[in-house]
Structures are given as C-alpha cells and as structure tokens.
Design a protein around this ligand. Structure first.
Ligand SMILES: Nc1ncnc2c1ncn2[C@@H]1O[C@H](COP(=O)(O)OP(=O)(O)OP(=O)(O)O)[C@@H](O)[C@H]1O
Ligand SMILES: [Mg+2]
Length: 363
C-alpha cells in the first residue's frame, strides 16, 4: 500500500477490569513497541478479548491508563484511537460487494469517491483480492472472506491493528496459509499489531513477542524463543509445545535429582541451588531412548502405556518407576511398542526446574 509508515507504541499502565463482582484483569502494565507484532496467548476466559476490547475502546477500563502513540486514549471514542480491529466473526455485509464492504467505513466518514476507490484498490492489492472486488461475500471462500475483513481494517490506515482470533473459523490448511499472509502483510504495512489467540502455533509463528496471560495476569512477555526455551513458570511450560513439557516431581540434592521413590533420574545442573522437592521440566522431544547402551547419562527404565504414530514422529506415553507419567517424542524409525519396557536418557542440560509451591522457574 502506498502509505507512509505509520504506527505507534501502546502503553498500558495499571489497567484493570471488573464486571460486577468478577475481577477479570486485576492490574496489568505492558508496553507494545512501535511496529511490533504481539500475540496475546492464554486459555479460554483468561481475559484476552477483554484486554483487546479495552485497547480498542469497545470496553471501558475500570482503572488504569492506555496510551497509543503520544495520546492517552482510555476515555476516547473507539473511532478516535487510530485503531482498526479484525474479529473472528468477520460479519461482512452480504448485500454489498467486496469493494463496498472494504470501503464502507470510508463512505461513512464521507471520503470523496475517487479517493475512496483508490484506497479500496490499494487495500485489496495488499490482501490479493483485486480480482474479487465485484463479488459478493457469498461467492467467496472462508479465507477470502477473512481477507476482506483484513482489507476493511487496513483501508483506514490505522496506526494499530487489533485481531481477536481472526483465523479460528478456518480449516487447518487455510489457517496455515493465512498465517503466512498475515506475517508478510505485517512486514509490508508495519502497523503495531496485537493478535489474540489460544492457539500456540499461531503465537509461536506470528509473534515478535508473546504475552502469556493467566487469569488476567501476565505470566511471561517475551520472544517465542525465550518462551519456549526458558519458560518463566509451569503455566507457560505446559502451555507451549505439543505434547507440552513434562513436569515431574523430583527431589534434588547432592548434585542429583531423584524420583519420589529414590530412582536416580539425572544429574543436577550446578546452576540449581540445592532444593529438596522441585518440579523437573523436560520437553518430550528432548528425551531419547538409549537402549544402545552408549549414553553419557544414567538411563531410567520406563513402561510404554500408549503410542501415537504421527508419521514423521511418534509420541509415547510411558510410566516412570515411581508411577509418574512422562511423554516422549521419538523420531521416525526409533520407537517402542505398547507394553514394552525401554530405557530413556534425560540430560541435565535439557532440564528446567520449578518451585512446586509457586510454579516459578528456579534455574
Ligand atoms: N460483559 C461481561 N460481563 C461479565 N463477565 C464478562 C463479560 N465479558 C467477559 N466476562 C468474563 O470475563 C472473563 C474473561 O473473558 P474474555 O472474553 O476476555 O476471555 P478470553 O480470554 O477472550 O476467552 P476466549 O478464549 O474464550 O475468547 C470471563 O470469565 C468472562 O466470563
Ligand atoms: Mg476471546
């Protein structure tokens, strides 16, 4: 789109939201950087849409401040905040052509016809809908309709684009395509974007930074890389990854971690202070079967309870000697049958440690 690079940072300060007796967002402060693509990720009901709606002005704040660019906006009308929003239910006007759907807001704002048509064409070009401007929504695929909804948002040249689960109605293949399109769209138009989802794959692939929300509070706000490799809490650890990180109750002392029945599981990294009871986190894909006897860490015997063959890899659910369950992802050609007993190796450098009381990361 032929437009100057316009975007703005967003600062949330002491934001809270209460619906009658329910405190949905207790006290949230965050900074979304200018031009950044942020994904807000969290389980259903954690307050993602409420937070986005407060930024958009569709929901009043109970307390706190919202700054967009150099303007404090928490009391402004939505239309004066320089934002545009894309929803899951994109609700196009069925009796209007694609062009008129895209340009509706400009018409309401009384923009002159010629200027309006130019903006519509430019927005349609960005989302690759140039050949569809005369069609009606019923003549479009789900992905094309979603692209109309995005064009309708960007046609207003917003400084900030807000998305609330915009891909949830699409099938898996289309979601994948739309993810790539959104990503390249963001690179081209550069608006500060905040994208709400409960889909970890969307979060990992789209975000510059991910905000993980739990009961209206930020569990971690960092790059996908840090979220995956250094989860700040068991909540984050078990929200990312498929299957998620295993969390095993262990006792750590004298340079070792042992299962609850005393079985030696792995060495304890030096960075971890002696902590008696803790939770050891290990991703299923970091556990290897070590029946070749050549491992440099101590093998532990597990019983295979269940297996899921996914073609490229297999997921084994198995039981540790003290009865706790652990998931293991094995690459093609390396697997075990249900009922078998195999030995696994857990390397200390792949282990994460969390407090069993607070769930927070220890090392
Ligand atoms: N208008 C309202 N009145 C009362 N409670 C509300 C209202 N809107 C939302 N809530 C409550 O606030 C909480 C957060 O809702 P919100 O819609 O923000 O969740 P969400 O994270 O977007 O969930 P989902 O992933 O299911 O869309 C929920 O417990 C919900 O029931
Ligand atoms: Mg929601």
């Amino acid at each position: 789109m032929n437009q100057p690079h316009i975007s703005a940072d967003i600062v949330l300060q002491g934001l809270s939201k209460r619906f009658d007796k329910t405190l949905v967002i207790p006290d949230l402060s965050a900074h979304f950087r200018d031009g950044e693509f942020t994904v807000i990720l969290g389980p259903s009901g954690c307050g993602k849409s409420t937070l986005l709606n407060m930024i958009a002005g569709l929901e009043e704040v109970s307390a706190g401040r919202i700054r967009i660019g150099d303007r404090e906006v928490q009391n402004d009308e939505p239309k004066n905040r320089g934002i545009a929003m894309v929803f899951q239910n994109y609700a196009l006007y069925p009796h209007m052509s694609v062009a008129n759907n895209i340009g509706y807001a400009l018409k309401v704002a009384r923009m002159a016809k010629q200027a309006r048509l130019e903006r519509i064409r430019a927005a349609a070009r960005v989302v690759d809908l140039t050949d569809y401007l005369d069609r009606f929504p019923s003549q479009l695929s789900g992905g094309q309709r979603q692209r109309v909804a995005i064009a309708r948002a960007i046609v207003r040249e917003p400084k900030v684009l807000l998305y609330d689960e915009p891909l949830s109605n699409l099938d898996a293949k289309l979601r994948h395509e739309m993810r790539m399109e959104l990503s390249s769209l963001h690179k081209r138009i550069g608006a500060t974007s905040v994208f709400v989802t409960h889909d970890q794959v969307e979060a990992m692939t789209l975000a510059d930074r991910i905000m993980i929300l739990n009961k209206g509070q930020i569990e971690q706000f960092d790059t996908p890389d840090v979220i995956y490799h250094k989860p700040a809490s068991t909540f984050v650890a078990s929200f990312i990854g498929a299957p998620p990180m295993n969390l095993i109750k262990v006792r750590g002392e004298n340079g070792e971690t042992r299962l609850t029945d005393g079985t030696l599981l792995t060495k304890k990294p030096r960075s971890l202070k002696d902590a008696n009871d803790c939770l050891l986190g290990i991703r299923p894909e970091k556990i290897s079967l070590c029946d070749d006897g050549k491992s440099d860490s101590d093998p532990v015997a597990v019983d295979i309870l269940y297996r899921e063959d996914l073609g490229s890899h297999t997921i084994l659910l198995s039981r540790l000697p003290d009865g706790q369950e652990i998931s293991i992802t094995t690459p093609l050609g390396q697997s075990a049958l249900i009922g078998a007993s195999v030995r696994i190796c857990i390397k200390p450098e792949h282990c994460h440690f969390f407090s069993p009381q607070t769930g927070l990361r220890l090392a």
